[in-house]
Design a protein around this ligand. Sequence first.
Ligand code: TRH
Length: 393
Amino acid sequence: MTIKHNHWDIFCTVIDNYGDIGVTWRLAKQLASEYQRSIKLWVDDLNSFHHILPGLDPTTERQKFNNIEVIHWNDKTPASWLAGDTIIEAFACELPDAVKNKLEKCGKQVPVWLNLEYLSAESWIDDIHGLPSLQNNGISKSFFFPGFSEKSGGLICESDLFKLQDTFLSTVDVKKQFLAPFGIHYHDQQIISVFSYESLALETIVQSLVTSEKSTILLVPNSRSVHSISSALAIDEKTLIVGKSYPFGSLTLVITPFTDQEGFDKLLWLSDINIIRGEDSFLRAQWARKPFIWHIYPQDDQAHINKLNAFLKRYCEHLPTELAEIQKQVNLDFNLDKFETIIESWSSFNTNHSALLEHAYEWPKTALNGSDLASRLVDFVENRTAKQIKSQP
Ligand code: TRH
């Protein structure tokens, strides 16, 4: 079987929420636009995908977006799979048997087979990033670990992202224009975006914003945070209309519509503080270069707190001790739902906003370590392919 060059297959199963498809969609877009790869993106749940890509029709089995073909992954479709250069299983989703069987028949020119893991700031990933493991079909699969170190798989970040961001933010009255359709007159209020999971700490913060001396605009994409916010404000969630603004003392609440990823990025860029979650919005908040609180995806055995601490250690490494403590404390209080202490840590976080902003602005350079995930991935595949060719008789 001959393989199609520059053709990559990415397989994704949506476990819950939007992170799995969110990360793979970002990656697919970058590989297609910056590296001219032709991508087939196999996704089992087009309804979830439709939320972050409104132009996608969830009832259509195959549809093209420039150089990316989105294919509904169900029992039948993988039979039509043809080998390309590279196969990515996102987040340990199992390749369909039909594909595994076809791989066996590829002979010496087998595609590079990768499992794209979840992002982690923990240092152990450096030791296992890129390692191959022989599978039952006799073909080896490598484990690709996104991360913050030079030895890891890096972080998804488009090459023109910061330029786009600067251009957007330098538009005259950009905040006024963005907020006007929600009925808000912008006059230097603090803007906070919230895309988190349900949280008692969030409820406490929201209540404090109502009575704060500072005026705040709270932009909340229509998602799980709305449960906590409506509970904090003692209002019936069902009465909130997406796109309308609601005053509560010093706080103006807006439930914003879910948009595509580009629209979501802009929301983060415009905000002074972002409260985000999961994996993709966590990274995009870092690229927004604003102070943020990360509501990490909770795991049963509290493994997420180790992951959070590993990230905070890296993020705070070059911060003066006092600021590092503030950044760490507000993140820990939020994630441990310490509503008794969150007011104090939130208030220090807010008071030190400008110093934390300076740090947030510089952070992407440190985090990226010279190259992003897509470029490391393309290099990895090219090295592997070159080795395969060399080893052929
Ligand atoms: O949605 P998340 O919580 O996703 C996940 C999943 O739960 C996953 O199973 C888990 O393993 C992972 O977290 C750690 O959070 P995340 O990763 O931030 O994904 C949200 C996506 O939604 C992201 O790509 C941005 C996108 N988005 C939009 O495109 N438009 C919007 O308006 C909003 C609010 C989000």
